[in-house]
Ligand binder design. Structure first.
Ligand SMILES: CC(C)(COP(=O)(O)OP(=O)(O)OC[C@H]1O[C@@H](n2cnc3c(N)ncnc32)[C@H](O)[C@@H]1OP(=O)(O)O)[C@@H](O)C(=O)NCCC(=O)NCCS
Length: 156
């Protein structure tokens, strides 16, 4: 995508652009501190599968967040991963990034988006609900540490 310079609703100046390979170090730092389950090989594989689905957010030329979208065999979008550097949270980055991700999916004629989120991750669940996601299921032991996932889905 063409880089997008915006202010979040909370007044933070950010730039959203497509992932490039040198971003992987920052992406993995943010993903590790966020206790997500991915590894760099998987992220790079998903990037190769759909380059347009991997977006990063910069503040002052530093990568401070990212979202990875994948397309499911059923033709739906899936948010594989979303995280914001802990020092930049609650500044509106996650909400802004998700809206840009929805537009990316819409441009690809995708009508639904789904995701899995930890049962205990109330912050993310609140964010997703406020953006129109509905709870559609539960997957026990979804994460490596044994925690279950809430399945959520949204019409785009
Ligand atoms: C979930 C996450 C991406 C949100 O990013 P963010 O940039 O902090 O989110 P925003 O500032 O856009 O806030 C969006 C909403 O999240 C909720 N929220 C954010 N920070 C919060 C906090 N500290 N306490 C409670 N709710 C909070 C609020 O509902 C907020 O809504 P508002 O815009 O009406 O205030 C971020 O917290 C994160 O990286 N968490 C760790 C990784 C993760 O959980 N990823 C999702 C996996 S499914």
């Amino acid at each position: 995508m063409k880089p997008l310079v915006v202010n979040t609703a909370k007044g933070l100046a950010i730039r959203i652009r497509g992932f490039v390979l040198p971003d992987i170090r920052r992406v993995m730092e943010i993903e590790e501190e966020s206790a997500l389950d991915g590894d760099s090989a998987l992220y790079l594989e998903l990037y190769e599968e759909w380059r347009g689905g991997f977006l990063v957010v910069e503040n002052d030329d530093r990568v401070v967040g990212f979202v990875v979208l994948v397309l499911t065999p059923e033709g739906e979008g899936r948010i594989f991963s979303l995280a914001v550097d802990s020092r930049y949270r609650a500044g509106g980055i996650g909400r802004t990034l998700l809206k840009v991700a929805f537009n990316t999916l819409r441009k690809n004629k995708i009508g639904f988006v789904r995701l899995e989120v930890r049962v205990t991750n109330q912050v993310a669940q609140r964010l997703y609900r406020s953006l129109g996601f509905l709870e559609v299921g539960f997957v026990p032991y979804y994460y490596k540490d044994g925690e279950g996932a809430v399945l959520m889905r949204k019409v785009l």
